[in-house]
Write a protein that binds this ligand. Structure first.
Ligand code: CA2
Length: 144
């Protein structure tokens, strides 16, 4: 079974800027850890990162028929994107939202996730480990 991991704007900068907030791991390093866990869990994992809202919507739509579930960090679009929320709902696949930081412990505008209601659950505040927890959550959802 395939899982699509989607990362939103600026996450391509991980490990290169603001390590105090988002950690020292690069996106490539996180993806390698997720791929390795996928092997253990019997899941094939594909990755998409984009800084563009439309490309992210296309990525969510592209999961239909080729993936069994989605892990998504919509980054700043978490707090603004009705389009991404609608795409996650429309594709109808189990989705888990992940955030590196604890968005509820940050500025008030980050406390609202427009995308979370379209997802089965949210993991936030565990840094890069959150992606591994999200993949385990997806594996559990797919097994039930
Ligand atoms: O905590 C998260 O994972 C966020 O989705 C990260 C977003 C932020 O807008 C959300 O509120 C919470 C920001 C991603 C920016 O990533 C950077 C990585 C390195 C350097 C600068 C930005």
């Amino acid at each position: 079974m395939k899982v699509l991991v989607i990362n939103g704007p600026n996450l391509n900068l991980l490990g290169k800027r603001e390590p105090g907030l988002y950690g020292h791991s690069t996106l490539e390093q996180i993806e390698a850890r997720v791929t390795a866990l996928g092997v253990e869990l019997g899941l094939e994992v594909d990755f998409v990162q984009s800084n563009s809202e439309g490309t992210l919507v296309d990525a969510v739509q592209s999961a239909a028929g080729r993936a069994a579930a989605i892990v998504i960090n919509p980054a700043a679009y978490t707090h603004t994107s009705v389009a991404l929320r609608d795409a996650i709902t429309a594709v109808g696949l189990p989705a888990v939202e992940v955030h590196l930081s604890n968005i509820l412990a940050r500025e008030e505008f980050r406390h609202t996730s427009l995308t979370a209601p379209s997802c089965r659950g949210v993991i936030a505040g565990f840094g890069a480990e959150g992606y591994l927890l999200a993949l385990r959550a997806v594996a559990s959802l797919l097994a039930s």
